[in-house]
Ligand binder design. Sequence first.
Ligand code: ATP
Ligand code: MG
Length: 445
Amino acid sequence: MSMTIISLRAALQSLPENAPEAVVDHLFASHLLRELGFESEEIHPQYNTGDGAVDKAARRTIGDDIFLHTKSNPYLLLELKGRDVNLSEDAAQYQKTVKQLKNYLLAPNCQTIQWGIITNSCHIQLFRKHGKVIYPATQCLPLDADNIDNVVASIRKKIENPTKALTIALYNNKGGVGKTTTTVNLAAILTFLGKKVLAIDFDPNQQDLTSSLGLPLSKGSVFEALKERNIELQSTLHPYKFPLRKVNSELRFDIIPADRELTDVSENLLRNYFKFPTLYDKLEFSRQEYDYILIDAPPNWRVFSQLAVYAADVVLIPTKHNNLFSLENAAIVMKKFIPEVQSQKGDGSPIPLPIFFNGEKITPFQLEVAQKEINNILKNAQKEGFDLLSYFYPKYTNANRDLRIHELPSYANIAGSAFSRIPAVYRDRSAHEYYKNLAKEYFLQ
Ligand SMILES: Nc1ncnc2c1ncn2[C@@H]1O[C@H](COP(=O)(O)OP(=O)(O)OP(=O)(O)O)[C@@H](O)[C@H]1O
Ligand SMILES: [Mg+2]
C-alpha cells in the first residue's frame, strides 16, 4: 500500500479526473480513513455486513481487540464510488448510493455501527445511525484541494464525539392528529424499555403534555432560560415518576413543562427573543445525557414549531387516514417546512420519518380511499420536484409494491388516560403493545 506520508490533499490531487472506483480506493480511501483517525489494522476492506459487502468498515482498537483480526463491532462504514458516479444531492446515483449505504448500516453484522460515509472523492457525506434511524450528519459536501482538510477534520470531530441522544420533533401543522398523545406515550414506553428520555412541552398555548402528566406549569423559568444566555434550560427539568410498587422501584423520565408566561407573548416579541437555533442551542446539555429527546410541537408553523423542528434530528408526523388535510399537511411539512429549516441549519438534518396513521379504525374501503388521496399527493409532489414516496410508503420497492403504513389503533384507554394523569402505556396492556410496536417500527434496532 502506498501509505507513506503523502497528505490527503496530495492524494486527492493525484487522482485522475475520471478515476474509477478501484483507483479512488487505491489512491484515496486509506488516506481518508487515516485522516479520520483509523490505522490500517483498524480498517477492514470488503466487510461482510450480513447483507452484502461494504467497501470499508472501521473501528478503533480496544485493548487487544484489533478490528482487522476480530472483525467485531464495526463503528463506521464507508461506501466508495468512482468519480464516474455523480454524488451531488439531486443526482439519481446519489439517491441509489444513499439507499445502498442505509441497507448496509441496517444489516445484521452492523448493529454497533454509529456512522456511515459515502464518497467518490468529489463529494462526501456523513450519516449518523441511532438505533434504526439513519439521518444526515452533514450535507453532501463538495471536496476540493482547498477545503478537504477542513471538511475531513469536521467529520472526524463528529465521529469522535457522537451525541447519545436522538432528538425527535412530533409535528404536523394539522391539529388533533395525536402529536401530544404520541409524545407522552412514546416517552413512557421508551423509558419502560430502559432508555433515558426527556420530553419537552413546546406548545405553551395548549400545555396538553404537561397537564396530561399532572405536572405544574413553568411560571416563567423556561421563558427565562430560553431567553437568557447565562441561564441553563436544565434548571427547568421536572421528573415524571411512575411507581412500580411490586418491585419497589419507579419509572422516571424528565419533562420540560410548558411555560404559562409564554402564552400571551405576541409572535413579534417572541421573534425578538427566539431565533431558529434557540432551542437547539439550549439543548446542548441534554444531547449526551439522554437516549431520546422528544419535542411536542403546536399545530401551526409559527415560532415554537419552527424551533422544535430545528432542534430535531428527525420529525415524526402523525396523520389520520380519514383526514385529507392531515395527509396534505404532512406533505407540506416535507416539501416546505423541513427544507426551510434544513437550509438554515446546514447539516442535512432534520429529515422527516415516514408518516403513520394514528387513532382511527380503518376499514379496507377507507384504506383504499386514503391510498387514492396519497397517490394524488405523491403525484403532485413529483410535479414540484419532490419524491415523497418513501415517506408515505416506506416499505414500497419496485420489486415489492407494499403500500403498508404503520397504524396506531384507535383505543379508548389511550384517549382516557389524560384524565388519570398517567400515560396509557403504564395503565393498559394494549396501549403498552401499540406504542411498543411504534417504538420498534421507527426507532429500536
Ligand atoms: N390512538 C388513539 N386512540 C384514541 N384516542 C386518541 C389516540 N391518539 C390521540 N387520541 C385522542 O385524540 C385527541 C387529540 O390527540 P392529541 O391531543 O394528542 O393531538 P395533537 O395533535 O397533539 O393535537 P393539537 O394539534 O391540538 O396539539 C385527544 O383527545 C387524544 O386523547
Ligand atoms: Mg398537542
